[in-house]
Ligand binder design. Structure first.
Ligand code: FMN
Length: 203
């Protein structure tokens, strides 16, 4: 059973969460995780101005996803940074290339799940995940989140991401905050949860 973890990450926060989600998938016997990133849409000069070139180079070894890989997967976990409370344009562009998958119902009945990141604590992690779910529902996917069975999302002892909708991390205004152990644990839990449910659906 193959769980595809497909993401976009400008500065590396979502990439770290993607690795954690893949680790969670791998905890399920018989499940393997494939990590892919969606194609970049911004010119290099713009990425340079945004201070993203080093983080992009660090991801060069992660293969670019082809939309048909979505159809081949048994379940798909999507990772995206927030852009104005929604998914990033790179992910939107990638998903807008899946019309033929919609037309043929290729993703109908597959598990779909989303994790996110934002600069600020209330900068739109939940809206990003929930609005992403709309696209997955149009594709006929079975939405899986991060239920409170992942108990570490409770409690006020630390600043942290994660909600019942999916794992998330807070990058900080200058991007200097790395995903915390709790947030990575949330991504791992979500990956395992997705794989367990997909395994039941695949049979
Ligand atoms: C154009 C743009 C819009 C953004 N919009 C938001 C926003 O609405 N709320 C927020 O908290 N952060 C926002 N951010 C910050 C990103 O979400 C943050 O850099 C990202 O989550 C870091 O993850 P990454 O390292 O994986 O790219 C925005 C960043 C850019 C470049």
């Amino acid at each position: 059973m193959n769980v595809l973890v497909v993401y976009y990450s400008m500065y590396g926060h979502i990439q770290a969460m993607a690795k954690a989600a893949a680790e969670g998938v791998a905890q399920v016997p018989g499940a393997t995780a494939t990590i892919r990133r969606v194609p970049e849409t911004l010119p290099e000069a713009v990425l340079a101005k945004m201070g993203a070139l080093d983080a992009q180079k660090a991801q060069a070894d992660v293969p670019i996803c082809h939309v048909d890989e979505l159809a081949q997967a048994d379940a798909i976990i999507f990772g995206t940074p927030t852009r104005f409370g929604n998914m990033c344009g790179q992910m939107r562009q990638f998903l807008d290339g899946t019309g033929h998958l919609w037309l043929t119902g290729a993703l109908v009945g597959k598990v779909g799940s989303v994790f996110a990141s934002s600069a600020t604590q209330h900068g739109g992690q939940e809206s990003t995940i929930l609005t992403f779910h709309v696209t997955l529902l149009h594709q006929g996917m079975v939405i899986v989140g991060l239920p409170y069975a992942f108990g570490q999302q409770m409690g006020l002892e630390e600043i942290k991401g994660c909600s019942p909708y999916g794992a998330s991390t807070i990058a900080g205004g200058d991007g200097s905050r790395l995903p915390s152990e709790t947030e990575l644990a949330g991504a791992r839990w979500q990956g395992k949860h997705v794989a367990e449910i997909a395994k039941k659906l695949v049979g």
